[in-house]
Write a protein that binds this ligand. Structure first.
Ligand SMILES: NC(=O)c1ccc[n+]([C@@H]2O[C@H](COP(=O)([O-])OP(=O)(O)OC[C@H]3O[C@@H](n4cnc5c(N)ncnc54)[C@H](OP(=O)(O)O)[C@@H]3O)[C@@H](O)[C@H]2O)c1
Length: 280
């Protein structure tokens, strides 16, 4: 199948390209050549003649989104509208990558695919706007929500490893009351490749199984990477000041994908695979 992948140079985009190239004819579009903030994106995408479009590109700087919500909307909301309009013209299904941050985070059990959403920050609102425009404009789409991604070069795992190699004098401090689903980008990519073989359009939660707090995630990273002796102090989300406030509890349950046989290993096993890929 001819597939156009937007955001091809991003953390998830790179793995999607590597995986899907095994079975498909890809047109990778990176930020240098394709601008979501430009209406010309519609015709540029149409010119690829793609039979399916995958859209993991986004303005992912959550604090930047909080400082400039209008920009967040223009890229993640309106930019996704351009992509959906192009898919209409191409008569091609769209895979839109969304986020755990469409949820409010006030639940106490993992969110299923059809749980009520309720973003609490500008990034979450902008990604929700992207989801809605896909639902409103297209008949054939897969909305794939992912969370707490690791697999590329800039992510929480890399940050913790960097801190562990050169710990600050005050030691490591990690939030203990923000809970989510750490997810390995190669696992998402394989799952997307399985999903697009089937015409079961709709909303999916593609995350590694299990959930943890940021504190527990950091502890596991340190233990698996041989930094077991490095101490971490748990802190409260309220004490970690930043421009964007994350929803506190957003583990996602993969119900819809599992019903199709798309199953994820645990986040701890996925973390071990990532560390092994880094030769750690
Ligand atoms: N990372 C996470 O933990 C996480 C969690 C939940 C959901 N998600 C979602 O998963 C997807 C992939 O995330 P990721 O971690 O792979 O993000 P990423 O590494 O930041 O990749 C996003 C890509 O989009 C590109 N991009 C940004 N603004 C653009 C624009 N205006 N026009 C065209 N391209 C643009 C970026 O290019 P530049 O870098 O050159 O700007 C980058 O290559 C995103 O949709 C994100 O919302 C991520």
């Amino acid at each position: 199948m001819r597939i156009a992948i937007i955001g091809a140079n991003g953390q998830l985009g790179r793995d999607l390209c590597a995986t899907l190239a095994l079975e498909h004819d890809l047109t990778p579009l990176d930020h240098a050549t394709f601008e979501l903030g430009d209406p010309a994106a519609v015709e540029q995408l149409v010119a690829t003649n793609a039979e399916l479009v995958i859209h993991p590109a986004a303005y992912t700087n959550v604090d930047g989104c909080a400082r400039d919500p209008a920009l967040a909307y223009r890229i993640n909301g309106l930019g996704t509208q351009y992509v959906a309009l192009a898919c209409q013209k191409l008569n091609a299904p769209l895979v839109y990558i969304s986020t755990n941050e469409v949820f409010a985070g006030a639940a106490n059990t993992p969110y299923v695919e059809y749980a009520a959403t309720g973003p609490v920050n500008a990034y979450g609102w902008s990604k929700w706007a992207g989801e809605q425009v896909v639902r409103e404009l297209l008949d054939r789409f897969y909305i794939v929500r992912v969370a707490w991604l690791f697999g590329g070069e800039r992510n929480f795992v890399r940050t913790v490893l960097r801190l562990a190699a050169n710990p600050p004098e005050s030691g490591l401090r990690m939030v203990a009351d923000e809970v989510g689903s750490p997810t390995y980008t190669p696992d998402v990519s394989v799952a997307v490749m399985q999903l697009i073989k089937q015409p079961f359009y709709g909303t999916y939660h593609f995350v590694n199984s299990g959930a943890c707090s940021r504190y527990e995630f950091a502890r596991e990273i340190l233990d698996q990477a041989g930094y077991g002796a490095v101490p971490i102090t748990p802190i409260a989300l309220a004490d970690y000041k930043r421009d964007s406030t994350p929803p506190p509890y957003t583990p996602l349950a993969n119900v819809a994908g599992a019903a199709l046989g798309i199953i994820f290993r645990s986040w701890q096993e996925a973390l071990a695979a990532y560390l092994a890929s880094l030769k750690i």
